[in-house]
Design a protein around this ligand. Structure first.
Ligand code: GLY
Ligand code: MN
Ligand code: MN
Length: 455
């Protein structure tokens, strides 16, 4: 059905090795004290309706440190005689549950095939965790993820003074390990980059299929079906976030996800869609004319956004501050809007964060880190200084212009009424400059006009 798309995506990359997970764990352990206890939590399953669960998605930190994706899993790590030991709590083997819900690796499978030293049944979590907590002085845990663990840790802290009196031990402080883990997650390894490139390749083909199937009268939801269908067909786990498929004035709503309108002749269609492959997100936006031919006004805005995006991508270089692409995109967009007569201020005035007119039409940031989370972890301004790009970081570059005629807060220039354009790519920082992971997805006017409506 979509064999050409699969061929264009190419072979799936190698799965991440157990050694890679071990190395990630060691990078965290090297920052810890011998009497620390590290707990990596994951959300509990969530019920959709009677007997039906939402599809389970584990926490990105647990995926990062173990690769374990099934529900009811918790990782803990403690040090014994100078060696850090990882224990993973998992769903145990259970024939009846496996008949109903699917096969489980169980504790034996976990130890045999994952980067863990020991595995226990999740039903023994409380007793084993209580024991470990009584022996540590500091517990590193992110609260607010698994409320059962919050309760166990809080009780341990509250009981601490009594425990200290009796046993001379027990946790006395709690720290969120997220910052330490996010520093690691921010810089992607070769293995991770392969997964992300694959994710972006699949998402690029999904956009191409949506372009091919766009013609006046098609439903936004039908194109959503094409995109989600291809995500599954290519063996990803599906969308990394709800698809944004907005035609006409819907293209000017930044996070429009209703996707229930008909695409009409003369309108622009904006699609922001990415998939998740082995946990890794892609995030791509393209905007194209429903009838396959940009009007003059649409061309003016599209080319301006594309120019700003290309200029911003060129700023994705080692040593530049993370917001250099944003500042560059803003500058190019403001200059272009002044040239088109849409902004009557000077360039400096237009860029002013308080009174500048640019923000009427461009009101969001130009990018975010991307990885296991689509809006990935990583502090942008450590110690209030803009972080500079390093090799292995991946950031989106996604400028846009949105002329919503429905907006009561601005007077939309009639020539550009309901034109919404965003162009978004996923960019890897390398020693050779920006590497666009989503470069398979067409974005010049000529390329797009040659594809739209050809299915
Ligand atoms: N897809 C959401 C975003 O671009 O940030
Ligand atoms: Mn994005
Ligand atoms: Mn996006």
């Amino acid at each position: 059905m979509w064999e050409d798309s699969l061929r264009a995506v190419g072979a799936e990359p190698a799965v991440l090795s157990v050694e890679e997970y071990r190395a990630r764990q060691q990078r965290i352990f090297s920052q810890l004290r011998p009497d620390d206890l590290l707990i990596i939590t994951a959300p509990q399953e969530s019920t959709r309706s009677n007997d039906v669960q939402y599809p389970y998605r584990s926490s990105s930190d647990l995926l990062y440190l173990t690769g374990w994706a099934d529900p009811e899993a918790t990782m803990i790590a403690h040090s014994e005689q100078g060696k850090w030991l990882v224990t993973l709590f998992v769903q145990p083997k259970d024939v009846l549950m496996e008949i109903w819900e699917g096969r489980r690796p169980g504790t034996e499978g976990a130890v045999a095939e994952w980067a863990v030293d020991c595995a226990e049944s999740h039903s023994d979590l409380k007793s084993i965790l209580d024991e470990r907590l009584s022996k540590c002085t500091r517990v590193l845990v992110k609260t607010g993820v698994d409320y059962d663990i919050d309760e166990i840790v809080t009780e341990a802290l509250q009981a601490n003074s009594r425990a200290r009196q009796r046993y001379g031990s027990g946790p006395i402080s709690i720290e969120d390990p997220s910052r330490r883990i996010s520093e690691l997650r921010l810089r992607k390894s070769e293995g991770e980059i392969s997964q992300m490139r694959h994710s972006a390749k699949v998402a690029s083909q999904a956009h191409i299929q949506a372009m091919k199937n766009t013609r006046p009268g098609v439903g936004e939801w039908q194109l959503e079906g094409v995109i989600e269908g291809l995500f599954k067909y290519a063996r990803t786990s599906g969308t990394a976030y709800p698809c944004i498929i907005g035609s006409g004035d819907n293209a000017t709503v930044l996070h429009y996800t209703v996707n229930d309108d008909i695409c009409e002749d003369g309108e622009i269609l904006l699609i922001d869609a990415g998939c998740e492959y082995r946990g890794y997100a892609s995030d791509i936006t393209r905007s194209w004319p429903v009838n396959g031919k940009f009007s003059e006004a649409q061309t003016e805005i599209y080319q301006l956004v594309l120019d700003s995006q290309l200029a911003a991508i060129d700023k994705c270089r080692i040593g530049n501050p993370y917001d250099a692409p944003h500042e560059e995109a803003r500058r190019v967009l403001a200059e272009g809007l002044i040239n088109l007569g849409i902004i009557t201020q000077t360039l400096e005035e237009a860029l002013d964060p308080e009174n500048g007119e640019l923000k009427k039409w461009y009101m969001h940031n130009t990018g975010h880190w991307i990885g296991l989370d689509v809006h990935d972890v990583g502090v942008y301004r450590p110690d209030d200084e803009a972080r500079v790009f390093e090799e292995g970081m991946v950031i989106t570059v996604e400028p846009g212009l949105y002329f919503g005629s429905w907006r009561p807060d601005v007077e939309c220039p009639p020539r550009y009424s309901d034109i919404g354009i965003r162009i978004e790519d996923d960019v890897l920082i390398t020693t050779d400059g920006p590497d666009v992971l989503s470069s398979d997805c067409p974005k010049t006017i000529v390329e797009i006009e040659a594809i739209v409506g050809t299915a």
